[in-house]
Design a protein around this ligand. Structure first.
Ligand code: SF4
Length: 223
């Protein structure tokens, strides 16, 4: 692991031997803790690591990089999908942190409610320490889980298909729900990039100071 990955990968030093979920301990190769800029305004939360992420140890990498393409489109990641030199094991990001409801891959099913509950302490800690302005829940399950904790909405009333690429007021954070990558059409992706770019272009920060650019290890400068 080089300095860059050392800085971005599991920056809070969370337990890399966690055994809270017996089934997942049998199926995972690695625990995929959060990755990215610990001073970020944006946190992207997936449901559980994909098979690719299970290999790389980094959320949203290894097999489906649509999330990185979206982040690159608004200046939060340096990612050229077609470039041979892109190293999927150490994507460079700024002003964004990537994590999940659960951190261990299962090849045949999504996480159970009990696994999500068991892993919640890690996610809550990351969100508390990062204190982002905006959370992007990826997929219906993640939207429901985060809505329960961070909005006044009833989780069962929220539909990611309806709320994709919109801003939802939350308690302490705003949420911008995203359809799971494998459920997005090209138009859905374009709509999300367009909405996120619009948000990035506004003074979305309520509590934090402004930051420098991705070039200096932070997100885009909007001054
Ligand atoms: S999913 Fe989370 S709580 Fe469960 S074993 Fe993995 S790291 Fe631990």
């Amino acid at each position: 692991m080089d300095a860059r990955q050392d800085e971005f990968s599991n920056p809070f030093g969370m337990d890399e031997q966690c055994t809270n979920c017996p089934d997942l301990c049998e199926t995972r190769s690695t625990i995929v803790h959060g990755y990215g800029d610990v001073g970020a305004d944006f946190v992207v939360v997936g449901e559980s690591p994909s098979a690719g992420a299970d290999e790389t140890g980094i959320p949203f990498t290894g097999d489906d990089e649509l999330v990185y393409e979206i982040l690159a489109a608004v200046g939060f990641a340096k990612h050229e999908p077609a470039a041979e030199e892109f190293d999927r094991t150490e994507p460079t990001v700024g002003n964004v942190f990537l994590t999940g409801l659960t951190r261990c891959h299962h090849p045949e099913r999504g996480p159970t409610d009990s696994e999500v509950d068991s892993c919640d302490a890690y996610l809550s800690s990351e969100l508390r320490m990062i204190n982002p302005e905006i959370i992007v829940p990826v997929g219906q399950r993640t939207l429901e889980a985060l809505a329960f904790e961070y909005t006044t909405e009833r989780a069962e009333d929220l539909d990611v298909e309806e709320l994709h690429a919109t801003t939802l007021r939350g308690r302490g954070f705003e949420l911008i729900p995203m359809l799971a990558p494998d459920e997005q059409s090209a138009d859905d992706t374009e709509a999300f990039v367009s909405h996120l770019a619009e948000v990035v272009g506004t003074d979305y920060r309520q509590t934090k100071g402004r930051r420098g650019s991705l070039e200096s290890g932070r997100g885009p400068d909007k001054d």
